[in-house]
Structures are given as C-alpha cells and as structure tokens.
Design a protein around this ligand. Structure first.
Ligand code: GAP
Length: 547
C-alpha cells in the first residue's frame, strides 16, 4: 500500500512539473528523446535558484574557494588520463525476445532486493545483526576473499554460526541467497568477469520484465561517453567526447587557477555545468538522464590531511541539504565499501525518494590520482610549492596535492526539491469539500517570490498594483495576475510555490496598505506598502539558509 502511495505521489509530481511549466520531455512533439528533458519557464527559475544556493554556499561564502566555467569539449587525452576511455563502462545485456537492453548489474541488484525483501519478516534485533554481518561479509568480498562462498551458500551452514544466531529460518534462506548473490556480483564486477555476470543472471533465474523469458545475449561492456568528430571534415578529424563529468575541467586548470588567483593550499575550485552519459537504462524522470548538470568542487589539500578534510566536507554538505528544512530522517550517508581505484574514502548523501533511498551527492577522497595522471599524460608538472613550515620547521615543499571532491547532480537536487515541496492538502470542512496543491518551497528557492493581484480590473486598482510591482521587481521576481477570482489566483500561486500574494483593494488607494497572504499558513494580514520590501526581503534572504 505504502509503495502504491509512493508511486502515485511520484506520478503526481511528474505531471505537476509538466502542467505548471517546470519540466517538459525534450522534443515532445516528436514523441520525445529518451532521458533528455527541458526545463520550462518555472523550472528554469527554480533550477537557477538551486544553482545560486550552491554557488553562494560553496564559492562566495568561502574565501579559499573560487568558481570557474570550463568548456564541455576537452582534449581527448584528458579522458585517457582520467581513465574514462578504458574504464567508464557499464556491463550490458540484451533480452533476445523483447530486444530490450539492460545493465547486467542492475538486473542482479533487482534480484538481490527481491531476496532481501524477506528482511521485513526479521525482528528488529535480527535485522540489525544481519546488517552487521552483511557489512563484514561485503568488506571481505571487497578485499577479494571469496573462498568461503561455497560453504556459505550451503543451505544450513551459516545457521550454526554462534555469533549470528538468526532465528527467522525461512526468511533467512532467501536473505542469505541475496547476500551470496551480492558478494558474487561484486567479485564479478571487480574482476570484470562478464561471463560470470551472465552465469549469475541465468543461475539466479533473472527474467526480462517485458518478455518474461531468460533468453539473454552475452554481457558486453558499453562505454558511457558520447563521442563526436572535431573539425570541419569528418575524415581525418579527431574524435572528441562530450564530458561525462565536470571535474576534469577543474583538474586541468588546477595550476592556471592556483597561479593566477595566488591560491594557497587548502583551496577549492568549483563549477556548475553540463555532463553527458549514454546511460544504458535511464529512468525515473530526471533522476538518471543522458544530458544533465553537475555542481562539483575539488578541494586541494596537503597529503596526509585528506581524511580530515573528507570528514569536514561530508559534514558541511549534509548541513547544506538540511538547511532547506527537509526532515533529517529523509537523508542518510552511504559509506562506500567498494572503493573506486583512485579513492581512499567515499560516501554518498542519499535522499529518500518515493522509489527508495538514492544518491544525490557523492563525496570522494580522490587522493592525488587525477593530478598525477594528468602530469603523466601531459608531461606538465602538476605540483604545488608549499612554503608553510612543517613540525620540523622546514617548508612542506613541492608535492602533488590530494583532492576531496563534492559532486552533486543539479537535476537530482531539483527532483528532490520538487518531491519534498509537493503536498496535496485536504481543506474540507463540515460544510464544504476543498483541497489545494501546494509547493512548499523554501522562499529563497521559489521561482516567484511575490504575486501581485488587483482585487478587480477597474477603479484604478490595476494601476496601483502595477506601481507596487514596479518597485518590488528590482529585488524580487514578481508575477502580476488580474484574471479570475482571488481564491483561484491564490491556488495557482500555491501550486507553483509563490510564498507571498499581495491583494490591492480600494482601501489600498486610501491608506497605502495591502493584504499580504502567506502561502503555507494561508494567513492574511494588512501591511503598509512601504514595509513590503522588508517583509519579503527577510523571508527570501539567502541568510536564512547560509547563516
Ligand atoms: N566527478 C564525480 C562524479 O561524476 P558521479 O557519482 O558519477 O561522480 C555525481 O556523479 C553526481 O552526479 C551523482 O551523485 C548524481 O547526483 C549526478 N548524476 C550522475 N549521473 C547522472 C545522470 N545520468 N543523470 C542525472 N544525474 C546524474
């Protein structure tokens, strides 16, 4: 039932986003382009406000972080050096009956989730014990220790284990199978054993959700980068890639920024920009797209101080999310057990979407991997001379800095914001059925801050309303509406998240006051026109989020 409600809520958010001009399917009149979306008139405003919140928090509130805007096209060697040409792959598999393509690991993950669903039958105590056990086992498999798998898979073996006396035996059989599959999948992915991935899909009887058959092709690696030809002539011109992450634009500019900005370690370089990935399966609306936007920051630190800064950014980034007023239990960290070859620590900030907890942001301790690779591939030194003194009173000297990265998907943050703000309120009383749809956006993020309504279209009220709007529009994004009854106009503004509506009536002409109506409480008060700037200004100020 809860799942059905979640699915329904998600569908409602998607249709609301379209109906009010937040998000449209790209090229919709041609039946759309899969996993590519356009932001409409309100979506563009909301997206800009999210970007600004990030830029303000990361760049303008930190003296030691600067922002850049690097090109999408980069020298092809960049992607060789970064590892994307050889390693940015997803294992894919096709079902021969439906001709549908899937990510092999996602098919297996769905199967694992299905087996783990039996955890719902565990007592809280046994669930906690299982999770502890799972972490230990996944840790072992991360180190490649798999010799115990055969005995583990044996039906009863693990039940004897005194340390983990699970009692829910029937369910345990499934959960144990799920854990064994998770371990085997991790090992197959780690060793890039594609035949083993296929064996697991067949062995665990994974079927295609469309054809319901297990008539699978072999698993193949599929590089996620889009490529195109650079130069006028296709023949003889170079193949270049659309960047799959913005981070590399920062790494290759590390010395340019450090020298021109006279930056001292520790310092950060941030940027917001488009990234492109030819995702094998793109789904869940703007959650996984082929063209999307990232907000990334690389923080360059002294080797040995990386762990400290990793913890600092983990904490700072979660605070940034929570400042928006989201209930804390909607967020969690997911520390990576499996680490990418370049990382020595990594965590995801996950948000509870209607389809479960999913990554919104990654915080990675990337060591000196990227700068060292670029040093090697370009032949240019990527070093920093640190003349601060160490404990022995000597300068730290030359080194390749270590890097902590924070990387958040702007579109995912947009989706999170919409989902979190969307509310269908029942306002029925004993006498009357009533409801409203509301976007409870933080006022600083709302596309319009204030809507200006003349009560009627005559008696000089539109002119007075225009006069007020002409003063406010320098500081706030305003919208003017004179059509329909006031109640209907309020409802439309509620649906797009406008925090304040002003009604200009006959009294306004006499005493220069207006009614201000608050979106969330629906309360109305009479205020002087001269005070509007202050009232609205306080509520929408970035200080409410950043102080
Ligand atoms: N530079 C590191 C990096 O790109 P990532 O985990 O691959 O790391 C970072 O991506 C963030 O970008 C993710 O947390 C997610 O929010 C967003 N992201 C990644 N792929 C995406 C896609 N296909 N569609 C939308 N957002 C995506």
């Amino acid at each position: 039932m809860a799942q059905k409600n979640n699915d329904e809520q998600f569908k409602n958010v998607i249709s609301h986003a379209k109906e009010y001009g937040f998000v449209f399917q790209s090229s919709e009149i041609y039946d759309g382009l899969s996993a590519v979306y356009d932001y409409g008139q309100l979506g563009a405003e909301l997206k800009n406000n999210i970007k600004y919140y990030w830029w303000k928090a990361m760049v303008q509130m930190h003296e030691n972080i600067v922002g850049i805007d690097s090109a999408i096209f980069m020298h092809p060697k960049v992607w060789k050096a970064s590892g994307h040409v050889d390693g940015f792959n997803d294992p894919m598999i096709d079902n021969k009956d439906s001709n549908k393509r899937y990510r092999a690991d996602q098919l297996l993950e769905n199967k694992i989730d299905e087996l783990y669903s039996e955890l719902a039958n565990f007592s809280a105590e046994n669930k906690a014990k299982f999770e502890e056990f799972q972490q230990e086992i996944l840790g072992l498999s991360n180190e490649g220790q798999a010799s115990w798998i055969p005995s583990f898979k044996d039906e009863d073996g693990i039940l004897d284990n005194a340390k983990y006396p699970f009692v829910d035996e029937a369910s345990w059989r499934f959960v144990k199978k799920g854990l064994a599959l998770e371990v085997e999948m991790n090992l197959a992915l780690k060793s890039e054993n594609l035949a083993q991935l296929k064996d697991l899909i067949v062995g665990y009887k994974v079927i295609c959700p469309i054809s319901k058959t297990s008539n699978w092709t072999d698993v193949r690696q599929f590089n996620l980068m889009f490529s195109t030809q650079f130069g006028a002539m296709a023949e003889g011109s170079d193949e270049v890639y659309l960047r799959p992450e913005t981070a590399q634009g920062i790494f290759v500019n590390f010395l340019n920024v450090q020298k021109s900005g006279r930056m001292k370690i520790p310092f950060g370089i941030a940027q917001i920009g488009k990234a492109f990935r030819n995702e094998v399966i793109a789904r869940q609306f703007i959650m996984r797209m082929r063209e999307f936007e990232q907000m990334e920051m690389q923080f360059f630190v002294r080797p040995g101080e990386d762990k400290k800064w990793f913890e600092y950014w983990k904490d700072a980034r979660l605070k940034w999310h929570k400042a928006l007023g989201t209930s804390p239990e909607k967020y969690r960290y997911h520390d990576h057990v499996k680490l990418a070859h370049y990382a020595n620590a990594a965590t995801d900030i996950e948000f509870e979407f209607p389809f479960g907890f999913k990554e919104v942001e990654g915080i990675h301790s990337r060591t000196d991997f990227d700068l060292t690779q670029h040093q090697e591939f370009s032949g240019k030194k990527m070093q920093y001379f640190d003349n601060d003194l160490n404990e022995e009173g000597k300068p730290y000297g030359n080194y390749v800095p270590y890097v902590i990265e924070t990387s958040i998907g702007l579109d995912r943050m947009f989706l999170l914001t919409m989902i979190n703000a969307f509310e269908e309120q029942d306002l029925s009383t004993a006498d009357k059925q009533d409801s409203r749809t509301l976007l409870r956006l933080h006022p600083a993020l709302a596309p319009y801050k204030v809507a200006v309504f003349p009560l009627t279209k005559k008696d000089g009220l539109p002119e007075k309303a225009r006069e007020i709007m002409d003063t406010l529009k320098f500081d706030f994004n305003c919208i003017y509406e004179e059509k329909d009854a006031i109640g209907k106009r309020y409802r439309r503004q509620d649906a797009i998240g406008t925090p304040f509506c002003l009604t200009i009536d006959h009294q306004s002409l006499e005493d220069n006051t207006v009614t201000i109506r608050h979106r969330d409480s629906m309360e109305q008060e009479r205020v002087a026109i001269a005070d509007l700037g202050d009232i609205i200004g306080k509520a929408v100020s970035w200080k409410t989020l950043l102080a």
